[in-house]
Design a protein around this ligand. Structure first.
Ligand code: P1T
Length: 388
């Protein structure tokens, strides 16, 4: 069986976990959790099965890295102890003092914090641009720009940018394009096929899928970038543990089923909110009213399970609405089976300055929802009672 030629769910279930029938193996149908931190060898110069020390490589982590590469249709996959660790590894591996990063102006607050508060200490500069308009990206590129960083859709404003158009610009100029694919997951979007050089995930979210594991993932087809990022992964050591690799392997197997249900529920919630008299605006790429609804359909096969909205309310009223909810939990993070709701201005994006938040459009009353896979009737009833 050549797994590369199989469909998405076959890869999600089987890739990286082909049973081992060699003498002494049990033919495990799921890859075992290899807890060993080090691997013994019979001869000094010969590694057993290619393994040496778990920071460098571990069989359970390797199974996940292979599965990740398969579902992203990539040649190489690497996994880290968190999405943030994956981001810092990619940035330090691919950039040097004097380089400039051009970032989408709407990104996860923690990603922006790496650009604004960490990298300048190492002589790496940054600026932000509204990447929904590719011509603005082109204009914002400087002679020292080495890397463009996109999220699409973005966190928390669900802005969508044209990956193909931005990739055409970065390719022409030899600039690295990184796309954070956390919100759609490889089930709905394949940025490498649209021209990105590196794709990244907080696997804490949809890949893990059950709010019980933190992780980060990177995939690429570029051997040079892969070797450099892998060198940093081993040198810095922010690797995913064997147990967390196992949880993520387990999560990915049901990714297709979960994403379908997240999206179905999210669209129903978005439509319900859009027609509610107390709702000011709803941001969800699956709604016809979303400014990049048509663009989304040309580069992704779905719209995901996250949406944001604003009530016609004060901050205190928005907080009281969240606190009246009984099925939705007030919590950071997204992509788990449970419906989560939060106020980005005081939670996930609190690390941004107020000025920067307002410039980007993150108002104090913006509410972000990660719609889970519960029964939709219960979610709608909960929103109704809390709005009422
Ligand atoms: O939390 P961590 O696994 O380190 O991943 C960071 C990260 C990277 N990229 C995106 C798009 C993200 O949303 C995140 C983390 N986001 C949240 C915790 C959140 O609630 O938005």
């Amino acid at each position: 069986m050549n797994i590369q030629h199989c469909g998405f769910s076959t890869k999600a279930v089987r890739a990286g976990e082909i049973p081992d029938f060699r003498e002494g193996s049990a033919g495990d149908i799921v890859v075992p959790i290899h807890l060993a931190s080090t691997f013994a060898r019979k001869e000094v110069d010969v590694l057993t099965g290619g393994y040496e020390y778990t920071r460098s490589l571990n069989p359970t982590r390797k199974a996940l890295e292979d599965k990740l590469a398969a579902i992203e249709n990539a040649a190489y996959g690497l996994v880290f102890s968190s999405g943030s660790a994956a981001e810092l590894n990619v940035l330090l591996a691919l950039l040097k003092t004097g380089d400039h990063i051009l970032g989408f102006d709407d990104l996860y607050g923690g990603t922006k914090r790496l650009f604004t508060d960490i990298l300048p200490d190492y002589g790496i500069t940054f600026s932000f641009v509204d990447a929904t308009r590719p011509q603005l990206v082109e204009q914002a590129i400087r002679p020292d720009t080495k890397l463009v960083w996109l999220e699409t859709p973005t966190n928390p404003l669900l802005k969508v940018c044209d990956i193909r158009a931005v990739a055409a610009i970065t390719r022409r100029r030899g600039i690295i394009l990184v796309v954070d694919n956390t919100f759609l997951s490889p089930y709905f979007q394949h940025p490498l096929e649209l021209g990105a050089d590196v794709v990244l995930h907080s696997s804490t979210k949809y890949l893990g899928g059950h709010s019980d594991v933190l992780g980060g993932a990177v995939a690429t087809n570029n051997a040079q970038y892969y070797e450099r990022i892998q060198f940093y992964q081993n040198s810095a050591g922010a690797v995913l543990s064997p147990f967390d690799s196992y949880l993520t392997l387990r999560g990915i197997k049901t990714l297709a089923l979960r994403m379908e249900q997240h999206q179905k529920n999210a669209l129903t919630v978005a439509r319900f909110l859009e027609q509610h008299p107390q709702v000011q605006r709803v941001l969800y790429p699956g709604l016809e009213s979303h400014p990049q609804h048509e663009l989304s359909k040309t580069q992704a096969s779905g719209f995901g399970g996250v949406l944001s909205f604003e009530l016609k309310s004060t901050v205190a009223e928005a907080k009281a609405f969240l606190e009246r909810l009984k099925v939705f939990s007030i919590a950071e993070s997204l992509g788990g089976v449970e419906s989560l709701i939060e106020l980005p201005s005081v939670m996930t994006h609190a690390s941004m300055t107020e000025e920067e938040r307002h410039k980007t459009g993150i108002t104090d009353t913006l509410i972000r929802v990660s719609v889970g896979i519960e029964n939709i009737e219960d979610l709608i009833a909960d929103l109704k009672q809390a709005l009422g």
